[in-house]
Design a protein around this ligand. Sequence first.
Ligand SMILES: C[S@@+](CC[C@H](N)C(=O)[O-])C[C@H]1O[C@@H](n2cnc3c(N)ncnc32)[C@H](O)[C@@H]1O
Length: 302
Amino acid sequence: MLVDQALEALALRPGGLYIDATFGRGGHSARILQALGPDGQLVAIDRDPAAIAAGRARFAHEARLQLLHGEFGELAALVRAHTTRAQCDGVLFDFGVASPQLDDAARGFSFSKDGPLDMRMDPTRGQPASVWLEHAGLDEIRTVIATLGEERFANRIAAAIVRERALAPLTRTGELAALVSRNVRTREPGKHPATRTFQALRMFINDELGQIERGLAGALEVLSPGGRLAAISFHSLEDRAVKGFMQRHSQVDPALKRLPVIPAAARPRLKLVGRKQRPQAAELELNPRARSALLRVAERLP
Ligand SMILES: C[S@@+](CC[C@H](N)C(=O)[O-])C[C@H]1O[C@@H](n2cnc3c(N)ncnc32)[C@H](O)[C@@H]1O
């Protein structure tokens, strides 16, 4: 299972301090806690208040766990504010949405179940997708769908949204899924025609790539030398961000690499650990949603 690969990558020490930046329903956290001794500590973060509430109930008697409602984009500040240790021994990210978010039509993530067109992972902040779609310009909508959804038919879809919202606001996931289906010309096998558009809007509404950049930078700040950074991505845009970040920080700053003495600030801060890893066939049979998951690991250098 990819979770085993990720845990192995973290090289857990029983007394260490670890960060699960994407708590979800606590599957990874439970496994980390199992491996920690009585002095170990786990800080787990999720921006979804429902995830935190479920976690507080599930782990009510777990004194080694601190569950924080917040964004991993503010990881360094959250960790500093809630721990007494200056640095941590490992950070795990498992990007994207959790199954309970997708399965609950009321959260507005699903093109297959009708619900309010919301898509916020944290419904206490920001604006629902329906509100953004009401005011955004044609170019803005097209760019989001084209870049974050890598959707070939972004032009047609954006034009249709602007046309239809002039008649009545788009407030339901079912309406948007039907509109996209009418405007996507070719079918990708096994994929709903609205998959790319929904992914794009979700990523935009939750600033997912910005969160990843800031979250990885925060992890680098709080990791102690020898500490591990493990990140699981679910699609190419997430993985590109992780790969780019790890590569950038595992090389000498190209602008300074010809200097006779490399200044400390320009030296690599990470060492790549192994190659990217995918789930094994047995896991994919049990959980087809894991088919595009990819794990990358790096170690903090002194
Ligand atoms: C794929 S799920 C994680 C599942 C988890 N590893 C488990 O074992 O249950 C991703 C979770 O990360 C949360 N999340 C996504 N982006 C976040 C962010 N920027 N800050 C904090 N939590 C985030 C989502 O709300 C979701 O619960």
